[in-house]
Design a protein around this ligand. Sequence first.
Ligand code: ATP
Ligand code: MG
Length: 391
Amino acid sequence: MNDIILLKLGEIVLKGLNRRSFEQKLMGNVRRRLLGLGKFKLSIMQSTIYVEPADDSADMDAAFEALQDVFGIIKMTRAAACEKDKDAIARLAIDYLRDDMERARSFKVESKRSDKAFPMTSIQLSQYVGGELAEAYPDCAVDVHEPELTVHIEVRDAAAYVHAAPVDGAGGMPIGSNGTAVTLLSGGIDSPVSSYMIARRGVHLIPVHFFSFPYTSQQAKEKVIELGNILTRYCGRMTLEVVPFTHIQEEIRDKCPEEYFTLIMRRFMMRIAQGIARDCKAAAIVTGENLGQVASQTMEAMASTQAVLDLPVLQPLIGMDKEEIVRMARKIGTFDTSILPYEDCCTVFTPRHPRTRPKLAEVEKAESVLDIETLVAEALRGRERIELRHE
Ligand code: ATP
Ligand code: MG
């Protein structure tokens, strides 16, 4: 049987002039996601990508699952193709949908024709195929109002397709269609989710992790690598930048007033992230900050953190509840890794009484004893790059 996967493009069809390049990005991302799953033939027509097996090596089940992670696809279905003839279509529907028809108690047929030369109207075709299906499966009744199963028929230029209900794709826009950003990736629950959300808008990500060995362990770093690897399912290829942060944290601990530790540390993170963004031509910095969650996430604290930046900070979780973030972390598969118990550098030198409503001038004064430029340059020089990969 001529099994095929249909991928319906999401928002990118609205992009007018850029549409071509968006489609090419998406095709490239789909192709990369299928690597290792066999040989496939891809084509694109009428806002739909067609994925066909090129030979017996193509694992269509694995492909269907893998493609559910690709941004830019709004709906996807597995379908079977046949020639554009009403009897061929009916025969195919009877054969291909056997399991669905035997399971459901009621059904209807919905047809669409983009090939206007086809000799029947959509309604006539639905009625004809519906009649044939009803005859073949007498236990499944026709119900045009609330059927358990909707059988879809599409008559397109190349062929006719039969399929049951589509499933949701990952949505969003194709990675690479909306620029590059640096994302701050801790080992926590939040930052993998914030990374996912910005990637879903089509942004290629450069994950950055601040590492305070030996205050944070080798396992803490492994955990971040693992989170990054999981994210490649959605984000495509990424290079993790691990920044040595120990010296900076020790300097802050030794020379600055305790109540400002976290704020000064976060200002260093931002300066370094901006340095990496400059190197990589990234246009924004992504964090998992969430209003009011901790002392450094009040509006005043975020203002003093962001004051060192020229680039915008994207905080997609800012208004979400913890529960919603956790639900999303579970959905994208990062939660179980995030809750492994290794320390993050943020919790190493936590002040007993952090300032929650800091004044910028106070923070600047508190950090002025440090040689900021030298420390930032040293951290940028010492960074380690790790290729993340999807296993
Ligand atoms: P998360 O669950 O993502 O760790 P959090 O609620 O623990 O977030 P913070 O620890 O205050 O919040 O950190 C806020 C944001 O700063 C994180 O979401 C992340 O984007 C960034 N961040 C914190 N620690 C690190 C780190 N060690 N390396 C890189 N980014 C970090
Ligand atoms: Mg954290």
